[in-house]
Design a protein around this ligand. Sequence first.
Ligand code: BGC
Length: 676
Amino acid sequence: MRFLPSAIAGIVILAAQAADIPPDMTVPEKTRMLYGDTLFTSPGVPRLGIAPLQMSDGPHAVREEQLPDRWGSAHRTDDFSTYLPVGCALAATWNPAMARKHGEVLGAEARARGKDIILGPAMNIVRTPLCGRDFEYFSEDPILTGAIATEFVKGVQSQGTAACVKHFAANNQEADRFDVSARVDERTLRELYFPAFERAVHEGGALTLMAAYNRLNGVFCSQDAWLLDEVLRKEWGFRGVVISDWNAVANAQEAAIGGMDLEMGNGPKNYATLAQLVADNRVPLATLDVHVSRHLYLRHALGMDGGKPRPPGSINTPEHQAAAREIAEEAITLLKNKGNLLPLDFAKIKALAVIGPNADLALGPGGGSSEAKPPFEITALAGLKQVVEPGTEVLTCSGVDVAEAVAQAKRSDAVIFVGGLDKTLDCEGRDRPDLALPYGQDALIAALAAANPKTVVCLFGSGPVTMDPWLAKVPALVQVWYPGMEGGVALGEILAGKINPSGKLPVTIPKRLADSPAHALGTYPEKDGVADYKEGLLVGYCWFDRRRIEPQFPFGFGLSYTTFALSNLAVKRDGDGAHVSVTVKNTGPRTGAEVVQVYVGPAGKGGEGEPVRTLREFDKIRLKPGESRRVEFSLDSRAFARWDVAKHAWVVPTGKRTIWVGTSSRDLPLETSIAF
Ligand code: BGC
């Protein structure tokens, strides 16, 4: 078998071709390559010079070294790494260049730690705001997810490390994640749950992909030939290695035939079984060879076969820490700023209270496989201390003692409340029980706001929480996400006005859980092992828009310290698609960045089950005061297409299509239509 030289984004495969499967490679050597040996390695074949594969979690830091046979710290002192803003934060930048940067740091740090594969990005669609891993994931929207994931993959792979896009597919809840079957119709898969994976594979060139634990329409994703062979390989052209989620494979024969190339977990439980299956010809030798050839292809693409030099990588550099800070600066999202309380004028603040459970808490550790072990983490309190004027008194407490907190608030010129969620709630393996803020924060925020009208609420976490108990009482609200090891600096700079916030929500924040589709329809949690995705395409803002439900804060929303105006929308047909252009002007007093968002409606009014409009393109534009720019978008035919199940193809319905341009899913001042 020969591999033709090809260019995969970020990894140029040099003229040298991948090696054939060595003719004297034995069947046991071949089967052995298909299993992990330690928790995060697969062995290779030393006799033939085939190197082992070294893997590591996770999406926002190279994880601390684990014990060889089970999850648990190896208690080393040489495995600190840069903790980058988590997935939801990265998506909140709405800036693919930030995703590229994030990937480059991760890829370089993985190389420096001797890793070949980094197990990320985690890129499942946010279907319910309760999912324990929503903080790792990007968005409820496939276009935003796809744009961020693709650049993330390119960044990782530009450093000689393979990315592993995960968890394919429909792994949208942690409850019962090992068994639950997602019942999803094909159109919804093709238009909502698949496109980001498709793009990360096709355009991003992802070299590995992790199959999800769950079942999709009754079949375990790790053993689903339709998913892994038909869709992923034949339709999307994936050439790399499919890796199982850890201990996910239940049936070795179905996995081998279903397209699984590498079974991982704590112990190669199916290795002997596969050897026997091959001996009995229940797994054909030709199938085994196909799996082995993909392993060799991966090693060749990474330069592990000596065909090209591999970058040595670097770790914990000031540049990587600066990248973490820059991403955080673009991620932090301003949601409310009544009377322009922010930015605070620190020259006038003689005493500042920084109060709340997350004020001085390091949030990199914990949360499951994406945990981070950075050499340091600048908390909100530490970051704020860097921006106050010399001599300012900084009062602080966790808020457990409310009387103490209220006393501090009264004594201060302004209050920064720092709370939200933490990694006991945003956590792999379980979902949040509800949308409530924990630890009595609702009452604490209300008490602080009553004590001091200049109370700024800063929330860490994956996003949606109920806010009604206090939102009307506070003038300012900042969504901080989990902003990485330099997050406290970024928050301080934003509150002080040194950085103008430009983050936008990658998810809808509902007023109450029952407003979200899976909860409104009672399909979360699953029943009898089946999560019935009855809402179909109406996830996130698509549900809120179609059902005319007012969200607390809409998808795509985020304020700035300046203002922007959009004008002169022009749309014309361009080949199979359309060309959209619009002028954006900074009409306020500061340099800032706005995310221009293009939404497209269905043919006609669309059916009850179809979104009123979906995001198709976006661009983040930085402008000086008074500056304006013409922003151009090329929408290909896919932007107007729907998946036709009967025809098994994308079709563009004829008729009039509405195009909206604006700065959030609920602020779309410009509208026009175009005929197809
Ligand atoms: C998680 C994966 C992770 C793997 C290895 C699994 O439980 O679902 O995302 O990469 O463990 O730690």
